[in-house]
Design a protein around this ligand. Structure first.
Ligand code: FAD
Ligand code: NAP
Length: 307
């Protein structure tokens, strides 16, 4: 029986594990991949206090190392469900299950698909969702970035390290991204914009992406331009399929918590991007994690006093 199982080892989960372990709880993280979560797909992090600039993978390792020293178990598996037995919970994975007094859900969010014709056909053959992973394969190419948020603008700037030209297509005439990123993109000679437009089709020669068709949403005008790659950043969806039977999410699937990060099920907490919240960032993820690690400890103490 664990005291706390943290599902997901992104910044939120790793911080929760740190705080719970420092309260002397028996803690495990249960992760389907490498520790770090979305940070592993992030090139330059410039808004994490204490670091002027740090790469995502490096910050991931810095967060992970103390957990090993504190004896946090690092379990591997894809969580498929949680069973709430009241005093304890069962966390099920694809091939086993674990018993624990508390669960902290930190499964984050995953990139949304655009849904345009050609997107699936040319996935990994010119269509990508990760500039850090794939950018270097597109040296000297003309690239398209779809979206107007922080991810689209930040990754477009990153892609100018490799590409001849980067075009951002946005469905409105104003970006959603932070002002500092907007200013940097507008000042970058390698970046241009297609405004008020959506991708109507990603086209190719059967092997690789070769061009993209657009529709202007105001004029209905249709156009087509040649691109060697398309990077899609049109937002995130919560990773909560495995708790859809628990009644802890809102209509869009984000988990609702109180200010101690507890869901409406005592002993089940949720933190980071997976939570219904205003600002999805590394700083807010680690803040959530600290609160939940501490709240799990308090919950277990209270349970022990009550029995
Ligand atoms: P995640 O980082 O999403 O981690 C969730 C973890 O849960 C993952 O490791 C995943 O493998 C695991 N998991 C999911 N489902 C399961 C399952 N069923 N079983 C087991 N494990 C599971 N924020 C900033 O503050 N600064 C930035 O510069 C910045 N740049 C970004 C750039 C990009 C391209 C993107 C996409 C995001 C960026 N962000 C940035 C946002 C930031 O990365 C996230 O807010 C943060 O990573 C959220 O942390 P998290 O721990 O909640 O979730
Ligand atoms: P986001 O903020 O939700 O932005 C998604 C963008 O895609 C929006 O501009 C949206 O347009 C557009 N879009 C959505 N659906 C579309 C569709 N079907 N077709 C065309 N365009 C579509 O998502 P994100 O940029 O991935 O950011 C996610 C979170 O991570 C945010 O909280 C962000 O702050 C954080 N993040 C932070 C940093 C950083 O701090 N440096 C970097 C990256 C990400 P509209 O604007 O019209 O809605």
């Amino acid at each position: 029986m664990y005291d706390t199982i943290v599902i997901g080892a992104g910044p939120a989960g790793m911080t929760a594990a740190l705080y719970a372990a420092r309260s002397n709880l028996k803690v495990a993280t249960l992760e389907q991949g490498a520790p770090g979560g979305q940070m592993n797909n992030t090139s330059d992090i410039e808004n994490y206090p204490g670091f002027e600039l740090i790469s995502g993978p490096e910050l991931s390792m810095k967060m992970y190392e103390p957990l090993e020293k504190l004896g946090v178990e690092n379990l591997y598996g894809i969580v498929t469900g949680i069973e709430d037995k009241g005093d304890y919970k069962i966390v099920k994975t694809d091939d086993t299950s674990y018993e624990t007094k508390t669960v902290i859900i930190a499964t984050g969010a995953k990139h949304r698909l655009l849904g345009a014709p050609g997107e699936a056909e040319y996935n990994s053959r010119g269509v990508s969702y990760c500039a850090v992973c794939d950018g270097a394969f597109f040296r000297g190419e003309k690239l398209l970035v779809v979206g107007g948020g922080d991810s689209a603008v930040e990754e477009a700037i990153f892609l100018t390290r490799f590409a001849e030209k980067v075009t951002i297509v946005h469905r409105r005439d104003e970006l959603r991204a932070q002002k500092v990123l907007q200013d940097r993109a507008f000042a970058n000679d390698k970046i241009d914009f297609i405004w008020d437009s959506v991708v109507s089709e990603i086209k190719g020669n059967g092997q690789r992406v070769s061009s993209v068709a657009f529709k202007n949403v105001k004029t209905e005008e249709v156009s087509e331009r040649e691109f060697g790659g398309v990077f899609i950043y049109v937002g995130l969806d919560p990773v909560t399929d495995f708790v859809s039977d628990l009644g802890i999410t809102d209509e869009a699937g984000w988990i609702i918590t109180d200010d101690k990060m507890q869901t409406n099920l005592p002993g089940i907490f949720a933190i980071g991007d997976v939570r219904q919240k205003h600002l999805r960032q590394i700083t807010t993820a680690v803040g959530d994690g600290a609160i939940a690690g501490n709240a799990a400890y308090q919950y277990i103490e209270e349970q022990e006093v009550a029995h």
